[in-house]
Write a protein that binds this ligand. Structure first.
Ligand SMILES: *Cc1c(COP(=O)(O)O)cnc(C)c1O
Length: 244
């Protein structure tokens, strides 16, 4: 496990860099939410963040997420029982989601960032109805802005046609778009992908996709979250820089 003090230092540094990127781009820091990506972390590292008051956590594999969800939930319940401060965990599904994993995760996450097909959207819609959820499931459409063949995500040109169908599904709400820039040290390549996502977002908004709830750009990871904030990210997904 990474020592708690390290996590606290990293956390502060990342929040500072987000705030600086907001100043450069004349944005309000409260418009940007850090999602701490815990897919490679143990429960102790995750609870260290909750102790710092940080709530938003991101996981990419349903199989690994479910046991962590249970363990972190039990930890939080115990903290509450003892009247000790901690943020209540708020989980985001950020990775590729297989349809047979929709059912077990649906009530455990606040948002699914990685909807990349009609079949997955329909599966979410059907399960939400079956499970009798009161609120619509919040989803983002994942876009392959870098056009890398091995990447998940919709081709840029496929997003609008899909969104027009998905918005008719009664039990989910499209709240934004998500992308991953390529693994690169070239920040301008990352920026290109983020600008592309933002432009697509503006186009969809112009067509009234999602309505007022359509407000999120999930983009930026450890290597490029500051660039993503400059280009309009509302959710940045940071893992390794937080737990290094
Ligand atoms: C792992 C992962 C991240 C975080 O990546 P880091 O480089 O560790 O910050 C962000 N988004 C997704 C979808 C991921 O799978």
């Amino acid at each position: 496990m990474v020592p708690k003090e390290r996590i606290a230092e990293n956390y502060q540094r990342i929040q500072d860099r987000i705030a600086q990127a907001c100043v450069r781009s004349r944005r309000e820091p409260r418009e940007v939410r850090l999602v701490a990506v815990t897919k490679s972390e143990d429960v102790d590292s995750i609870t260290a963040l909750l102790e710092l008051g940080h709530a938003d956590l991101g996981e990419s594999r349903a199989q690994d997420f479910i046991p962590k969800y249970e363990q972190v939930g039990a930890w939080f319940a115990e903290r509450q029982r003892l009247n000790m401060p901690a943020a209540p965990p708020r989980w985001h599904m950020i990775g590729h989601l297989q349809r047979n994993k929709v059912k077990p995760i649906l009530q455990k996450v606040c948002m699914i960032h990685s909807v990349d097909s009609l079949r997955l959207a329909e599966e979410i819609n059907t399960n939400a109805a079956r499970q009798g959820l009161n609120d619509k499931v919040q989803v983002l459409l994942e876009v392959n802005t870098s056009e890398e063949k091995e990447k998940y995500g919709l081709a840029v040109g496929a997003v609008l046609p899909l969104a027009e169908i998905v918005r008719e599904l009664p039990n989910l709400e499209i709240v934004g778009l998500m992308t991953m820039a390529p693994q690169t040290n070239d920040k301008e390549i990352s920026r290109f992908c983020f600008v592309r996502l933002r432009e697509l977002f503006e186009e969809l908004r112009g067509k009234n996709i999602g309505g007022p709830g359509f407000r999120h750009l999930s983009m930026g990871m450890s290597q490029d979250y500051d660039i993503a904030v400059e280009e309009g990210a509302t959710l940045v997904r940071v893992g390794s820089a937080l737990f290094a």
